[in-house]
Ligand binder design. Structure first.
Ligand SMILES: Cc1ncc(COP(=O)(O)O)c(C=O)c1O
Length: 495
Protein backbone atom coordinates (compact mmCIF):
# COMPACT_ATOMS: atom_id res chain seq x y z
CA UNK A 1 0.00 0.00 0.00
CA UNK A 2 3.03 2.23 0.05
CA UNK A 3 6.05 2.92 -2.12
CA UNK A 4 6.46 4.70 -5.40
CA UNK A 5 6.27 3.28 -8.92
CA UNK A 6 9.81 3.27 -10.22
CA UNK A 7 9.15 3.07 -13.94
CA UNK A 8 9.29 5.77 -16.62
CA UNK A 9 5.91 7.05 -17.76
CA UNK A 10 4.71 5.69 -21.09
CA UNK A 11 3.22 8.50 -23.08
CA UNK A 12 3.50 7.23 -26.64
CA UNK A 13 3.59 3.86 -28.33
CA UNK A 14 7.14 2.48 -28.45
CA UNK A 15 8.40 2.55 -32.03
CA UNK A 16 9.55 -1.06 -31.71
CA UNK A 17 7.71 -3.78 -29.89
CA UNK A 18 9.22 -4.50 -26.47
CA UNK A 19 10.41 -7.73 -24.97
CA UNK A 20 7.66 -9.82 -23.29
CA UNK A 21 9.69 -10.87 -20.26
CA UNK A 22 10.58 -7.26 -19.40
CA UNK A 23 6.99 -6.15 -19.79
CA UNK A 24 5.77 -8.92 -17.51
CA UNK A 25 8.35 -7.86 -14.92
CA UNK A 26 7.18 -4.28 -15.23
CA UNK A 27 3.57 -5.35 -14.73
CA UNK A 28 4.66 -6.77 -11.38
CA UNK A 29 6.68 -3.66 -10.52
CA UNK A 30 3.62 -1.48 -11.14
CA UNK A 31 1.82 -3.17 -8.22
CA UNK A 32 4.07 -1.61 -5.64
CA UNK A 33 1.60 1.07 -4.54
CA UNK A 34 -1.55 -1.09 -4.77
CA UNK A 35 -3.87 -2.07 -1.95
CA UNK A 36 -2.49 -5.43 -0.81
CA UNK A 37 -5.68 -7.48 -0.67
CA UNK A 38 -3.89 -10.82 -0.48
CA UNK A 39 -2.98 -10.29 3.16
CA UNK A 40 -6.62 -9.70 4.18
CA UNK A 41 -6.23 -6.01 5.07
CA UNK A 42 -8.68 -4.80 2.41
CA UNK A 43 -12.43 -5.23 3.07
CA UNK A 44 -13.79 -4.38 -0.37
CA UNK A 45 -12.90 -4.46 -4.06
CA UNK A 46 -11.50 -7.98 -4.29
CA UNK A 47 -13.29 -11.19 -3.30
CA UNK A 48 -10.42 -13.56 -2.71
CA UNK A 49 -11.38 -17.12 -3.68
CA UNK A 50 -8.08 -18.60 -2.50
CA UNK A 51 -5.10 -19.53 -4.66
CA UNK A 52 -6.36 -22.80 -6.13
CA UNK A 53 -9.74 -21.43 -7.21
CA UNK A 54 -8.12 -18.26 -8.56
CA UNK A 55 -5.77 -20.33 -10.71
CA UNK A 56 -8.71 -22.35 -12.00
CA UNK A 57 -10.68 -19.18 -12.85
CA UNK A 58 -7.67 -17.82 -14.74
CA UNK A 59 -7.41 -21.04 -16.71
CA UNK A 60 -11.12 -21.01 -17.61
CA UNK A 61 -10.93 -17.31 -18.47
CA UNK A 62 -7.95 -17.79 -20.74
CA UNK A 63 -9.69 -20.59 -22.70
CA UNK A 64 -12.24 -18.01 -23.95
CA UNK A 65 -9.95 -14.99 -23.79
CA UNK A 66 -10.50 -14.00 -27.45
CA UNK A 67 -14.16 -14.93 -27.93
CA UNK A 68 -16.88 -12.28 -28.09
CA UNK A 69 -20.30 -12.64 -26.46
CA UNK A 70 -21.76 -9.95 -28.69
CA UNK A 71 -22.96 -12.47 -31.22
CA UNK A 72 -24.61 -15.53 -29.64
CA UNK A 73 -24.99 -17.09 -33.07
CA UNK A 74 -21.24 -16.90 -33.77
CA UNK A 75 -20.23 -18.12 -30.30
CA UNK A 76 -22.82 -20.67 -29.34
CA UNK A 77 -20.50 -21.82 -26.58
CA UNK A 78 -20.72 -18.49 -24.77
CA UNK A 79 -24.46 -18.28 -25.27
CA UNK A 80 -24.90 -21.76 -23.83
CA UNK A 81 -22.65 -20.92 -20.84
CA UNK A 82 -24.46 -17.64 -20.21
CA UNK A 83 -27.87 -19.31 -20.12
CA UNK A 84 -26.49 -22.01 -17.80
CA UNK A 85 -25.15 -19.34 -15.43
CA UNK A 86 -28.46 -17.47 -15.50
CA UNK A 87 -30.36 -20.70 -14.73
CA UNK A 88 -28.01 -21.60 -11.86
CA UNK A 89 -28.53 -18.20 -10.24
CA UNK A 90 -32.27 -18.22 -11.02
CA UNK A 91 -32.67 -21.55 -9.22
CA UNK A 92 -30.68 -20.31 -6.25
CA UNK A 93 -32.94 -17.26 -5.96
CA UNK A 94 -36.09 -19.41 -6.17
CA UNK A 95 -37.09 -18.41 -9.66
CA UNK A 96 -39.28 -20.81 -11.64
CA UNK A 97 -39.45 -22.10 -15.19
CA UNK A 98 -40.34 -18.58 -16.39
CA UNK A 99 -37.33 -16.85 -14.79
CA UNK A 100 -34.83 -15.55 -17.34
CA UNK A 101 -32.19 -12.89 -17.87
CA UNK A 102 -28.64 -12.18 -18.97
CA UNK A 103 -25.16 -11.82 -17.62
CA UNK A 104 -23.77 -8.30 -17.43
CA UNK A 105 -20.37 -6.77 -16.71
CA UNK A 106 -21.14 -6.02 -13.05
CA UNK A 107 -23.56 -4.55 -10.55
CA UNK A 108 -23.60 -1.14 -12.14
CA UNK A 109 -24.55 -2.48 -15.55
CA UNK A 110 -27.22 -4.73 -14.00
CA UNK A 111 -28.76 -1.73 -12.25
CA UNK A 112 -28.50 0.50 -15.33
CA UNK A 113 -30.31 -2.17 -17.30
CA UNK A 114 -32.96 -2.70 -14.62
CA UNK A 115 -33.82 1.00 -14.83
CA UNK A 116 -33.72 1.10 -18.65
CA UNK A 117 -35.98 -1.95 -18.75
CA UNK A 118 -38.52 -0.38 -16.38
CA UNK A 119 -38.49 2.89 -18.31
CA UNK A 120 -39.00 1.14 -21.65
CA UNK A 121 -41.75 -1.05 -20.22
CA UNK A 122 -43.55 2.09 -19.07
CA UNK A 123 -43.05 3.66 -22.50
CA UNK A 124 -44.65 0.59 -24.05
CA UNK A 125 -47.53 0.19 -21.62
CA UNK A 126 -48.10 3.81 -20.54
CA UNK A 127 -46.99 6.00 -23.45
CA UNK A 128 -48.62 9.03 -21.82
CA UNK A 129 -46.04 8.91 -18.99
CA UNK A 130 -43.45 11.46 -20.11
CA UNK A 131 -42.02 11.98 -16.63
CA UNK A 132 -40.90 8.53 -15.46
CA UNK A 133 -39.97 8.28 -11.78
CA UNK A 134 -38.44 5.57 -9.59
CA UNK A 135 -38.48 5.22 -5.83
CA UNK A 136 -35.11 4.54 -4.23
CA UNK A 137 -34.24 4.04 -0.58
CA UNK A 138 -31.75 6.66 0.64
CA UNK A 139 -29.25 3.82 0.95
CA UNK A 140 -29.74 2.35 -2.55
CA UNK A 141 -26.51 1.99 -4.48
CA UNK A 142 -25.38 5.10 -6.35
CA UNK A 143 -25.24 3.17 -9.62
CA UNK A 144 -28.99 3.79 -9.60
CA UNK A 145 -28.34 7.54 -9.58
CA UNK A 146 -26.11 6.98 -12.60
CA UNK A 147 -28.99 5.07 -14.21
CA UNK A 148 -31.45 7.85 -13.42
CA UNK A 149 -29.12 10.31 -15.11
CA UNK A 150 -28.47 8.11 -18.11
CA UNK A 151 -32.07 7.14 -18.79
CA UNK A 152 -33.90 10.29 -17.74
CA UNK A 153 -35.77 8.77 -14.81
CA UNK A 154 -36.46 11.06 -11.88
CA UNK A 155 -35.54 9.79 -8.43
CA UNK A 156 -37.99 9.90 -5.53
CA UNK A 157 -35.92 9.20 -2.42
CA UNK A 158 -37.56 7.18 0.35
CA UNK A 159 -36.52 7.75 3.97
CA UNK A 160 -35.27 5.09 6.35
CA UNK A 161 -36.73 3.92 9.63
CA UNK A 162 -34.58 3.79 12.77
CA UNK A 163 -33.32 0.29 11.85
CA UNK A 164 -31.93 1.72 8.58
CA UNK A 165 -34.44 -0.16 6.43
CA UNK A 166 -36.43 1.83 3.91
CA UNK A 167 -39.66 3.24 5.35
CA UNK A 168 -42.47 1.36 3.58
CA UNK A 169 -45.04 4.02 4.51
CA UNK A 170 -42.89 6.63 2.81
CA UNK A 171 -42.46 4.43 -0.26
CA UNK A 172 -46.24 4.10 -0.40
CA UNK A 173 -46.67 7.87 -0.24
CA UNK A 174 -44.14 8.43 -3.03
CA UNK A 175 -45.86 6.12 -5.50
CA UNK A 176 -47.81 8.03 -8.14
CA UNK A 177 -48.94 7.59 -11.73
CA UNK A 178 -45.43 8.41 -12.98
CA UNK A 179 -43.72 5.65 -10.96
CA UNK A 180 -42.09 3.13 -13.30
CA UNK A 181 -39.96 1.26 -10.73
CA UNK A 182 -39.53 0.66 -7.01
CA UNK A 183 -36.16 -0.55 -5.70
CA UNK A 184 -35.03 -2.26 -2.51
CA UNK A 185 -31.65 -3.73 -1.55
CA UNK A 186 -30.69 -7.14 -0.19
CA UNK A 187 -28.61 -5.98 1.53
CA UNK A 188 -27.76 -2.32 0.98
CA UNK A 189 -24.06 -1.54 0.81
CA UNK A 190 -23.59 1.11 3.54
CA UNK A 191 -24.88 -0.89 6.53
CA UNK A 192 -25.62 -4.39 5.25
CA UNK A 193 -29.34 -4.09 5.98
CA UNK A 194 -31.97 -5.97 3.95
CA UNK A 195 -34.90 -3.69 3.10
CA UNK A 196 -38.49 -4.84 3.83
CA UNK A 197 -38.85 -6.55 0.47
CA UNK A 198 -42.04 -8.48 1.33
CA UNK A 199 -43.98 -5.35 2.30
CA UNK A 200 -42.78 -3.40 -0.73
CA UNK A 201 -43.69 -6.40 -2.91
CA UNK A 202 -47.28 -6.09 -1.71
CA UNK A 203 -47.35 -2.41 -2.66
CA UNK A 204 -45.77 -3.09 -6.05
CA UNK A 205 -48.25 -5.87 -6.79
CA UNK A 206 -51.23 -3.78 -5.79
CA UNK A 207 -50.12 -0.81 -7.88
CA UNK A 208 -48.80 -3.00 -10.74
CA UNK A 209 -45.36 -1.39 -10.62
CA UNK A 210 -42.14 -3.30 -11.45
CA UNK A 211 -40.04 -3.96 -8.34
CA UNK A 212 -36.28 -4.50 -8.56
CA UNK A 213 -34.27 -6.03 -5.73
CA UNK A 214 -30.61 -5.04 -5.82
CA UNK A 215 -28.93 -8.15 -4.50
CA UNK A 216 -25.60 -7.34 -6.14
CA UNK A 217 -23.97 -7.94 -2.77
CA UNK A 218 -26.36 -10.51 -1.32
CA UNK A 219 -27.31 -12.58 -4.35
CA UNK A 220 -24.55 -15.15 -4.02
CA UNK A 221 -24.32 -15.30 -0.23
CA UNK A 222 -27.80 -14.80 1.29
CA UNK A 223 -29.04 -18.16 -0.08
CA UNK A 224 -26.16 -19.90 1.70
CA UNK A 225 -26.57 -17.90 4.91
CA UNK A 226 -30.18 -19.07 4.91
CA UNK A 227 -29.11 -22.68 4.28
CA UNK A 228 -26.78 -22.37 7.28
CA UNK A 229 -29.86 -21.72 9.40
CA UNK A 230 -29.34 -18.01 10.06
CA UNK A 231 -32.34 -15.68 9.84
CA UNK A 232 -32.57 -13.94 6.45
CA UNK A 233 -35.58 -11.72 5.73
CA UNK A 234 -37.51 -12.64 2.54
CA UNK A 235 -35.98 -10.95 -0.48
CA UNK A 236 -35.88 -13.19 -3.58
CA UNK A 237 -38.38 -14.48 -6.18
CA UNK A 238 -40.36 -16.17 -3.40
CA UNK A 239 -41.63 -12.69 -2.61
CA UNK A 240 -44.71 -11.88 -4.73
CA UNK A 241 -44.26 -8.59 -6.54
CA UNK A 242 -40.50 -8.84 -7.11
CA UNK A 243 -40.05 -8.56 -10.88
CA UNK A 244 -36.26 -8.40 -11.26
CA UNK A 245 -33.13 -9.11 -9.22
CA UNK A 246 -29.48 -8.22 -9.79
CA UNK A 247 -26.86 -10.56 -8.30
CA UNK A 248 -23.14 -10.07 -8.78
CA UNK A 249 -21.02 -13.11 -9.50
CA UNK A 250 -17.76 -11.21 -9.09
CA UNK A 251 -18.65 -10.46 -5.47
CA UNK A 252 -19.72 -13.41 -3.28
CA UNK A 253 -19.87 -15.65 -6.37
CA UNK A 254 -16.06 -15.38 -6.29
CA UNK A 255 -15.83 -15.45 -10.10
CA UNK A 256 -13.62 -13.33 -12.35
CA UNK A 257 -14.32 -9.61 -12.34
CA UNK A 258 -16.82 -8.31 -14.87
CA UNK A 259 -19.68 -10.69 -14.02
CA UNK A 260 -23.18 -10.10 -12.70
CA UNK A 261 -26.63 -11.42 -13.54
CA UNK A 262 -29.85 -9.51 -14.14
CA UNK A 263 -32.83 -11.81 -13.71
CA UNK A 264 -36.46 -11.12 -14.63
CA UNK A 265 -39.50 -12.91 -13.34
CA UNK A 266 -40.54 -13.66 -16.92
CA UNK A 267 -40.01 -12.88 -20.60
CA UNK A 268 -42.68 -10.23 -20.29
CA UNK A 269 -40.15 -8.10 -18.32
CA UNK A 270 -37.04 -9.23 -20.20
CA UNK A 271 -38.42 -7.96 -23.51
CA UNK A 272 -37.83 -4.33 -22.56
CA UNK A 273 -34.16 -4.97 -21.77
CA UNK A 274 -33.33 -5.82 -25.38
CA UNK A 275 -32.03 -3.11 -27.70
CA UNK A 276 -32.82 -3.58 -31.39
CA UNK A 277 -31.92 -1.28 -34.30
CA UNK A 278 -33.45 -2.30 -37.61
CA UNK A 279 -32.29 0.44 -40.01
CA UNK A 280 -28.54 0.68 -39.49
CA UNK A 281 -26.52 0.28 -42.72
CA UNK A 282 -24.30 -2.10 -40.75
CA UNK A 283 -27.23 -4.49 -40.54
CA UNK A 284 -30.00 -5.29 -38.09
CA UNK A 285 -28.36 -5.04 -34.68
CA UNK A 286 -29.63 -6.46 -31.42
CA UNK A 287 -28.07 -6.59 -27.99
CA UNK A 288 -29.55 -7.50 -24.62
CA UNK A 289 -26.99 -5.56 -22.54
CA UNK A 290 -25.21 -2.19 -22.58
CA UNK A 291 -21.85 -2.97 -24.20
CA UNK A 292 -21.44 -4.26 -27.71
CA UNK A 293 -18.42 -6.52 -27.44
CA UNK A 294 -18.64 -8.78 -24.38
CA UNK A 295 -15.52 -10.59 -23.16
CA UNK A 296 -15.92 -14.36 -23.40
CA UNK A 297 -13.47 -14.97 -20.57
CA UNK A 298 -15.71 -13.65 -17.79
CA UNK A 299 -18.61 -15.80 -18.99
CA UNK A 300 -16.44 -18.92 -19.16
CA UNK A 301 -14.88 -18.21 -15.76
CA UNK A 302 -18.33 -17.75 -14.17
CA UNK A 303 -19.66 -20.94 -15.78
CA UNK A 304 -16.69 -23.02 -14.70
CA UNK A 305 -16.04 -21.25 -11.39
CA UNK A 306 -19.59 -21.61 -10.06
CA UNK A 307 -19.68 -25.30 -10.87
CA UNK A 308 -16.22 -25.88 -9.43
CA UNK A 309 -17.39 -24.25 -6.22
CA UNK A 310 -20.73 -26.06 -6.06
CA UNK A 311 -23.25 -25.67 -3.26
CA UNK A 312 -20.90 -27.21 -0.74
CA UNK A 313 -18.09 -24.84 -1.69
CA UNK A 314 -20.30 -21.76 -1.36
CA UNK A 315 -21.69 -23.06 1.93
CA UNK A 316 -18.18 -23.45 3.30
CA UNK A 317 -17.24 -19.92 2.22
CA UNK A 318 -20.44 -18.49 3.74
CA UNK A 319 -19.70 -20.32 7.01
CA UNK A 320 -16.17 -18.86 7.11
CA UNK A 321 -17.48 -15.40 6.21
CA UNK A 322 -20.05 -15.44 8.98
CA UNK A 323 -17.48 -16.67 11.49
CA UNK A 324 -15.21 -13.75 10.56
CA UNK A 325 -18.11 -11.24 10.64
CA UNK A 326 -19.31 -12.58 14.01
CA UNK A 327 -15.81 -12.21 15.47
CA UNK A 328 -15.54 -8.70 14.08
CA UNK A 329 -18.94 -7.68 15.49
CA UNK A 330 -18.10 -9.10 18.90
CA UNK A 331 -14.77 -7.24 18.84
CA UNK A 332 -16.38 -3.92 17.91
CA UNK A 333 -19.05 -4.35 20.60
CA UNK A 334 -16.33 -4.86 23.19
CA UNK A 335 -14.58 -1.56 22.33
CA UNK A 336 -15.79 1.29 24.48
CA UNK A 337 -16.75 4.30 22.34
CA UNK A 338 -17.91 2.44 19.22
CA UNK A 339 -21.27 1.13 18.06
CA UNK A 340 -22.41 -1.11 15.22
CA UNK A 341 -24.79 0.15 12.56
CA UNK A 342 -24.99 -3.18 10.73
CA UNK A 343 -27.23 -6.05 11.84
CA UNK A 344 -26.16 -9.54 12.86
CA UNK A 345 -26.06 -12.47 10.41
CA UNK A 346 -24.91 -10.34 7.47
CA UNK A 347 -21.49 -10.28 5.83
CA UNK A 348 -21.26 -6.47 6.03
CA UNK A 349 -20.03 -4.89 9.25
CA UNK A 350 -20.29 -1.13 9.75
CA UNK A 351 -19.11 0.64 12.88
CA UNK A 352 -19.65 4.22 13.99
CA UNK A 353 -18.85 6.40 16.95
CA UNK A 354 -20.69 5.70 20.17
CA UNK A 355 -19.11 8.52 22.20
CA UNK A 356 -18.60 12.24 21.58
CA UNK A 357 -14.81 12.02 21.90
CA UNK A 358 -14.46 9.28 19.28
CA UNK A 359 -14.14 10.81 15.83
CA UNK A 360 -14.67 8.08 13.23
CA UNK A 361 -12.42 9.68 10.63
CA UNK A 362 -9.59 10.16 13.14
CA UNK A 363 -9.86 6.48 14.11
CA UNK A 364 -9.88 5.63 10.40
CA UNK A 365 -6.62 7.53 9.92
CA UNK A 366 -5.06 5.61 12.79
CA UNK A 367 -6.14 2.31 11.27
CA UNK A 368 -4.77 3.36 7.90
CA UNK A 369 -1.45 4.17 9.54
CA UNK A 370 -1.49 0.57 10.87
CA UNK A 371 -1.80 -0.76 7.31
CA UNK A 372 -5.55 -1.30 6.87
CA UNK A 373 -7.42 -0.19 3.77
CA UNK A 374 -10.39 1.89 4.98
CA UNK A 375 -13.81 2.56 3.45
CA UNK A 376 -15.10 5.75 5.06
CA UNK A 377 -18.81 6.55 4.92
CA UNK A 378 -20.93 9.57 5.80
CA UNK A 379 -24.31 10.45 7.28
CA UNK A 380 -23.51 9.21 9.84
CA UNK A 381 -19.71 8.96 9.70
CA UNK A 382 -18.88 5.27 9.76
CA UNK A 383 -16.50 2.65 8.45
CA UNK A 384 -17.73 -0.11 6.17
CA UNK A 385 -16.26 -3.61 5.98
CA UNK A 386 -17.40 -6.18 3.47
CA UNK A 387 -16.27 -9.34 5.19
CA UNK A 388 -15.19 -12.30 3.08
CA UNK A 389 -14.10 -15.83 3.78
CA UNK A 390 -10.37 -14.98 3.81
CA UNK A 391 -10.83 -12.41 6.56
CA UNK A 392 -11.10 -15.19 9.13
CA UNK A 393 -7.29 -14.90 9.32
CA UNK A 394 -7.16 -11.16 9.97
CA UNK A 395 -10.22 -9.92 11.89
CA UNK A 396 -8.49 -10.59 15.22
CA UNK A 397 -5.63 -8.25 14.29
CA UNK A 398 -8.13 -5.68 12.96
CA UNK A 399 -10.08 -5.63 16.22
CA UNK A 400 -6.90 -5.25 18.22
CA UNK A 401 -5.71 -2.32 16.05
CA UNK A 402 -9.18 -0.78 16.15
CA UNK A 403 -9.16 -0.81 19.97
CA UNK A 404 -5.73 0.82 20.00
CA UNK A 405 -6.79 3.41 17.42
CA UNK A 406 -9.86 4.39 19.46
CA UNK A 407 -7.81 4.74 22.64
CA UNK A 408 -5.24 6.87 20.78
CA UNK A 409 -7.88 9.21 19.36
CA UNK A 410 -9.49 9.67 22.79
CA UNK A 411 -6.12 10.53 24.25
CA UNK A 412 -5.29 12.94 21.39
CA UNK A 413 -8.41 15.01 20.64
CA UNK A 414 -6.50 17.12 18.08
CA UNK A 415 -6.38 14.20 15.61
CA UNK A 416 -9.87 14.92 14.33
CA UNK A 417 -8.80 18.21 12.78
CA UNK A 418 -5.64 16.86 11.18
CA UNK A 419 -4.82 15.02 7.95
CA UNK A 420 -7.49 13.03 6.18
CA UNK A 421 -9.80 13.18 9.22
CA UNK A 422 -10.20 16.94 8.81
CA UNK A 423 -10.91 16.60 5.10
CA UNK A 424 -13.39 13.71 5.42
CA UNK A 425 -15.04 15.40 8.40
CA UNK A 426 -15.63 18.51 6.39
CA UNK A 427 -16.73 16.65 3.27
CA UNK A 428 -19.29 14.73 5.32
CA UNK A 429 -20.70 17.69 7.18
CA UNK A 430 -20.54 20.68 4.88
CA UNK A 431 -24.05 21.61 3.78
CA UNK A 432 -22.94 23.07 0.42
CA UNK A 433 -22.84 19.83 -1.55
CA UNK A 434 -22.09 21.68 -4.80
CA UNK A 435 -18.77 22.74 -3.30
CA UNK A 436 -17.94 19.12 -2.46
CA UNK A 437 -18.90 18.05 -5.97
CA UNK A 438 -16.57 20.62 -7.46
CA UNK A 439 -13.71 19.58 -5.18
CA UNK A 440 -14.11 15.92 -6.09
CA UNK A 441 -14.43 16.74 -9.79
CA UNK A 442 -11.16 18.67 -9.56
CA UNK A 443 -9.46 15.64 -8.00
CA UNK A 444 -10.68 13.43 -10.83
CA UNK A 445 -9.65 15.99 -13.42
CA UNK A 446 -6.20 15.90 -11.93
CA UNK A 447 -6.17 12.09 -12.13
CA UNK A 448 -7.56 11.78 -15.65
CA UNK A 449 -6.65 15.14 -17.21
CA UNK A 450 -3.62 15.63 -19.47
CA UNK A 451 -1.25 15.24 -16.49
CA UNK A 452 -3.04 12.12 -15.26
CA UNK A 453 -0.76 9.43 -13.83
CA UNK A 454 2.29 11.70 -13.84
CA UNK A 455 2.23 12.24 -10.09
CA UNK A 456 3.16 9.58 -7.60
CA UNK A 457 0.90 8.65 -4.72
CA UNK A 458 -2.66 9.66 -3.93
CA UNK A 459 -4.27 12.63 -5.64
CA UNK A 460 -3.45 15.89 -3.92
CA UNK A 461 -5.77 16.87 -1.10
CA UNK A 462 -8.38 19.32 -2.30
CA UNK A 463 -6.83 22.57 -3.36
CA UNK A 464 -9.53 25.11 -4.27
CA UNK A 465 -11.87 26.53 -1.69
CA UNK A 466 -12.20 23.44 0.52
CA UNK A 467 -8.43 23.05 0.81
CA UNK A 468 -7.88 26.69 1.69
CA UNK A 469 -10.67 26.76 4.24
CA UNK A 470 -9.37 23.60 5.86
CA UNK A 471 -5.82 24.86 6.08
CA UNK A 472 -6.75 28.22 7.54
CA UNK A 473 -9.83 27.62 9.68
CA UNK A 474 -10.05 23.84 10.13
CA UNK A 475 -11.04 23.71 13.79
CA UNK A 476 -13.45 26.64 13.69
CA UNK A 477 -15.20 25.23 10.65
CA UNK A 478 -15.45 21.85 12.30
CA UNK A 479 -17.11 23.31 15.39
CA UNK A 480 -19.55 25.34 13.28
CA UNK A 481 -20.41 22.29 11.19
CA UNK A 482 -20.97 20.19 14.32
CA UNK A 483 -23.38 22.79 15.60
CA UNK A 484 -25.16 22.90 12.26
CA UNK A 485 -25.39 19.10 12.24
CA UNK A 486 -26.83 18.96 15.75
CA UNK A 487 -29.46 21.56 14.89
CA UNK A 488 -30.34 19.76 11.70
CA UNK A 489 -30.65 16.45 13.51
CA UNK A 490 -32.85 17.99 16.13
CA UNK A 491 -35.07 19.49 13.46
CA UNK A 492 -35.32 16.25 11.53
CA UNK A 493 -35.52 14.14 14.73
CA UNK A 494 -32.57 11.96 13.83
CA UNK A 495 -29.86 10.76 16.15
C1 LIG B 1 -25.63 -3.11 -3.31
C2 LIG B 1 -24.73 -2.84 -4.50
N1 LIG B 1 -25.28 -2.70 -5.71
C3 LIG B 1 -24.52 -2.45 -6.79
C4 LIG B 1 -23.16 -2.33 -6.71
C5 LIG B 1 -22.34 -2.01 -7.93
O1 LIG B 1 -21.53 -3.07 -8.29
P1 LIG B 1 -20.28 -2.95 -9.27
O2 LIG B 1 -19.22 -2.23 -8.50
O3 LIG B 1 -19.96 -4.35 -9.59
O4 LIG B 1 -20.69 -2.18 -10.47
C6 LIG B 1 -22.54 -2.48 -5.46
C7 LIG B 1 -21.10 -2.36 -5.32
O5 LIG B 1 -20.55 -2.42 -4.24
C8 LIG B 1 -23.35 -2.73 -4.32
O6 LIG B 1 -22.81 -2.84 -3.10
Amino acid sequence: MSGAIDLPLVRSLPSHGRDHATLLQELEALRVADADWRDGRVFSLVYDPGHAHEAFLQEAHSRYFCENGLNPMAFKSLHRMETDVVRMVGRLLHGDAETCGTMTSGGTESLLLAVKTARDRARRLHPWNHRPEMILPTTAHVALDKAADAFGVRIRRARLTADLRVDVRHVKRLINRHTVLVVASAPQYPHGVVDPVAEIGQLALKRKIPFHVDACVGGMILPFIEKLGRPVPPWDFRVPGVTSISADLHKYGYTAKGASVLLHRSKDYLQDQIFIATDWPGGVYASPTLPGTRPGGTIAAAWAGMQAMGEDGYLALARQTLAAADELRAGVRAIDGLKLLSPDDMPIVTWASGAPDVDVYAVADQLEARGWHIDRQQDPPSVHLTVMAGHERTVGAYVSDLGEAVRYVRAHPGTKSQGNAAMYGMMAKVPFRGMIKKTVRDMYLEMYGPEGGAKQGDPAPPQGLVGKLLAEHGEKIDRALDLYQRLRNRLTRRN
